[in-house]
Ligand binder design. Structure first.
Ligand SMILES: [Zn+2]
Length: 168
């Protein structure tokens, strides 16, 4: 029996353009920050997965189900070991740790930092300032992770942008 190559004109759907990174246990990340300041979003935690939070809250399924709200911050970075652009996800405590380590509440673009998670996947992440970075110049343009989070939550980007405007 002859066999044929399976051909298709339709490419697979695109994945995220940039990966959102959560540090795993004992993982070390050396990076250059591209974001000038923190970008953050509130979301619901269903007990298993994150789900988008909408305003007005009457139109938010998570609020109607009284699922707890959480917040995460995102920094656009260049991973210095892989030389790729990524988004680093930060808890509120880690945002405060970045502020303490840098002595700044923003204006982080171009700073080189080292992040390291402790022994467990939920262990505390520590960070330290390594100084300004001159190895990644000119710095790539900064971005927010709206498109990636929209893909994660199965939302159209235009809808998410409206949601974000409402939150401002
Ligand atoms: Zn909600």
């Amino acid at each position: 029996m002859n066999r044929e190559l399976s051909v298709s004109r339709v490419p697979p759907p695109p994945g995220p353009e940039i990966w959102i990174r959560r540090l795993r246990a004992r993982e070390v990340l050396r990076c250059t920050i591209l974001s000038t300041e923190m970008w953050g979003v509130q979301f619901h935690w269903t007990g298993k997965v994150s789900a988008p939070h909408f305003v007005p809250t009457e139109q938010c399924a998570g609020c109607q189900a009284q699922q707890p709200l959480k917040w995460r911050g995102y920094l656009h970075i260049v991973n210095q070991d892989k030389m790729v652009s990524e988004f680093l996800e930060l808890s509120p405590a880690l945002v405060r740790a970045v502020e303490t380590a840098t002595g700044l509440t923003g204006g982080w673009r171009g700073l080189r930092m080292r992040f390291e998670r402790g022994a467990g996947d939920r262990a505390k992440v520590s960070c330290s300032l390594q100084g300004p970075d001159r190895s990644v110049e000119p710095l790539p343009a900064e971005r927010d992770p709206l498109r990636e989070l929209s893909l994660l939550w199965g939302l159209s980007v235009s809808h998410t942008i409206e949601v974000e405007r409402d939150m401002l």
